[in-house]
Design a protein around this ligand. Sequence first.
Ligand SMILES: [Zn+2]
Length: 85
Amino acid sequence: MSEENKEPESERPEEQPDMQPEMDISTGILTIEKAPGRRKCPKCGNDNKNMIKESIDKENIIMDYPRVYGKKYLCGECGTVWREK
Ligand SMILES: [Zn+2]
C-alpha cells in the first residue's frame, strides 16, 4: 500500500491583487487604481482624451468640508463609466 495519492498542500497566500477593477453592483461603475500616464478606458483601452468625458460624481463624496466630489469618466467608445481611486 502506498499513499502517493495525497493531494499536495499548496500554500495559499492571502494577498489580493489590487489592480483588478471592482464593479460597484448598485451603480455599475468600475473603480480602478489610478494609473500613471494617460488615462484610458479599463474596458476597451481607449486613451484618446477627446473620447473620455470627465464629470463630477456627486454620489462619491471624497471630503465633507470643504465638499469635494470625486470624478467619473465616461468612455465615448464603449460607454463604460468608471472612477479612479
Ligand atoms: Zn471604452
